[in-house]
Write a protein that binds this ligand. Structure first.
Ligand code: GAF
Length: 391
C-alpha cells in the first residue's frame, strides 16, 4: 500500500534555492492542494461546493532580483523559465511554468508591483491527480510575491490572490476552470471544509470534527492522469451553458428539477440533472454534517458518484473500482472528486479502518489489472501563506 506523506521539505527547498541561484531565499510561501467533498462541476454553474485543503502543499522559495528578470525552477519538474514578464501572456509560457509565470503576470496586470524574482518550487501535491496541483502552484507563487512585498494573505489581498490565480489558469494556461480550487487554496481553515456559493461568492467555514467523530478522509489517486486543458472539461462546461440557454436561465443554478426533467435533448438533460442534484447534495451534506447523520452522508456520496458516472460521464473504470471497493471494505461513503476523467476518489472512513480500506482498493486494482493506486490522508488544513526567512 502506498501512502503519500505530506512532509515539510522546506530545508531541502532552501538548500536547493541556494545551490541553484547562489543566494538565500528571503521568503518561503506555500499553498495546499484540495479535495472536494461535494459539488463537482457546480462552481462554473453558480452553484455550491464543499472542498477542504490538503496537508500536501506546494512550497516556493523566493528572492527579489534587481534586474526585473524572472526565473522559475522546480525540484520535481523538468524545464523551467528564465525571462521577463514581457515573455508571458495569453497562451504562454507553455507547460507547468505557465501557472507560475502566469500568476506573476496577472498580479502585475492587477497593479501589484511584482519585482524581478527567483522562484524554486517543491510540491507534495501529486500532479494530474485531480487534487489541484495547479491551483497550489499558482497560489504559492502569488503568496511568495505578497511575501516579498510584506503583504499578508488576507482581506483584499486574499481576494486579489484568488482572482489572479484564476485569471492565470484561464487566460495564460487556457483551462476554462471554475474557481473553486484557487478559492480553497487561499481561504481554507484547518479542520474545516469551505462552503462556497458561487452565485454571490458567499463563504462559510464548515467544522468537520473528524477526530471527535473517529473519521478520516482517505483519498485514492487512481494514477489515471486527468487534464483540464484538453479532455472533456470544456465540453461539459459548454453542455451546461447550452442547457441553461435552452432553459432560459443565466446559469443552471437558476434551473428547477422539473424544468430540467422536461429539457429537450437527452445528453443535455443528463448534464443539467447532475448539476441541479449535485447542488442539492452540497446542502444535504452540510446538513448531514451538522446533525452527524451518517446515513444521509453515505447516501449523498453514493448518489453523487452515480450522477457523475452516468449523467455527467466524467468517471472511469479505475474511479468506479476505487469507490466500490472502499464502500465494500467498510467506508461510510465514497465518490470520485475533482474534474474527473481520471484523478482521485475520496472516502469517509472510520479511522481504525483506513489501512484495511486502502488495502482493499489495492487488491481490487490488482485484480482488475489496473496500475497500483496511491493513497493519502486528507487532514483538513489551512490555506496559502508566507513566512520571512532570516538572513
Ligand atoms: C476542476 C476545476 F478546476 C474546478 O473549477 C471545478 O470545476 C472542478 O474541476 C470540478 O468540480 O478542479
Amino acid at each position: 500500500m502506498r501512502m503519500l506523506a505530506a512532509e515539510d521539505r522546506s530545508e531541502l527547498l532552501v538548500g536547493a534555492f541556494e545551490h541553484g541561484t547562489g543566494a538565500r531565499p528571503t521568503v518561503l510561501a506555500q499553498a495546499p492542494g484540495r479535495v472536494n467533498l461535494m459539488g463537482e462541476h457546480t462552481d462554473y454553474n453558480a452553484g455550491l461546493v464543499l472542498p477542504v485543503a490538503l496537508p500536501h502543499r506546494t512550497r516556493v522559495a523566493a528572492r527579489a532580483r534587481e534586474d526585473g528578470r524572472v526565473t522559475v525552477q522546480s525540484l520535481q519538474r523538468d524545464g523551467g523559465f528564465a525571462g521577463t514578464l514581457a515573455d508571458c501572456g495569453p497562451g504562454g509560457p507553455d507547460g507547468w511554468t505557465g501557472y507560475a509565470v502566469g500568476v506573476l503576470w496577472t498580479l502585475s496586470r492587477a497593479g501589484v508591483p511584482v519585482p524581478g524574482i527567483d522562484l524554486v518550487v517543491d510540491s507534495t501535491v501529486p500532479v494530474g491527480a485531480g487534487l489541484s496541483s495547479s491551483a497550489a502552484l499558482e497560489c504559492a507563487v502569488g503568496a511568495a510575491v505578497l511575501g516579498l512585498l510584506e503583504r499578508p494573505v488576507r482581506g483584499g489581498d486574499a481576494d486579489l490572490l484568488v482572482e489572479a490565480a484564476v485569471a492565470a489558469e484561464r487566460e495564460v494556461v487556457g483551462a476554462p476552470t471554475g474557481g473553486m480550487d484557487q478559492a480553497v487554496a487561499v481561504r481554507a481553515t484547518a479542520d474545516h471544509a469551505l462552503l462556497i456559493d458561487f452565485s454571490d461568492d458567499t463563504r462559510c467555514q464548515v467544522p468537520l470534527h473528524l477526530e471527535q467523530r473517529g473519521l478520516t478522509l482517505l483519498v485514492t489517486d487512481t494514477r489515471v492522469s486527468h487534464a483540464l486543458v484538453e479532455g472533456g472539461y470544456g465540453d461539459r462546461r459548454t453542455d451546461c451553458e447550452e442547457a441553461a440557454r435552452r432553459l432560459g436561465v443565466p446559469t443552471l443554478r437558476g434551473a428547477t428539477r422539473a424544468a430540467v426533467d422536461d429539457l429537450h435533448g437527452e445528453r443535455l438533460r443528463r448534464r443539467a440533472r447532475h448539476v441541479v442534484t449535485e447542488i442539492d447534495r452540497v446542502s444535504g451534506t452540510v446538513a448531514a454534517l451538522a446533525t452527524d447523520d451518517r446515513e444521509a452522508l453515505a447516501r449523498a456520496n453514493a448518489d453523487s458518484h452515480v450522477s457523475m458516472r452516468d449523467d455527467f460521464e466524467i468517471s472511469c473504470p479505475e474511479l468506479d473500482a476505487a469507490v466500490d471497493a472502499a464502500v465494500e471494505a467498510g467506508a461510510l461513503g465514497a465518490r470520485m472528486t475533482g474534474g474527473g476523467f481520471g484523478g482521485s476518489s475520496v472516502a469517509w472512513v472510520r479511522t481504525d479502518l483506513v489501512a484495511e480500506v486502502a488495502q482493499a482498493v489495492d487488491r481490487r486494482f490488482e485484480r482488475e489489472g489496473f496500475a497500483a493506486p496511491q493513497h493519502l490522508v486528507a487532514t483538513p488544513s489551512g490555506g496559502a501563506g508566507w513566512e520571512r526567512l532570516e538572513g
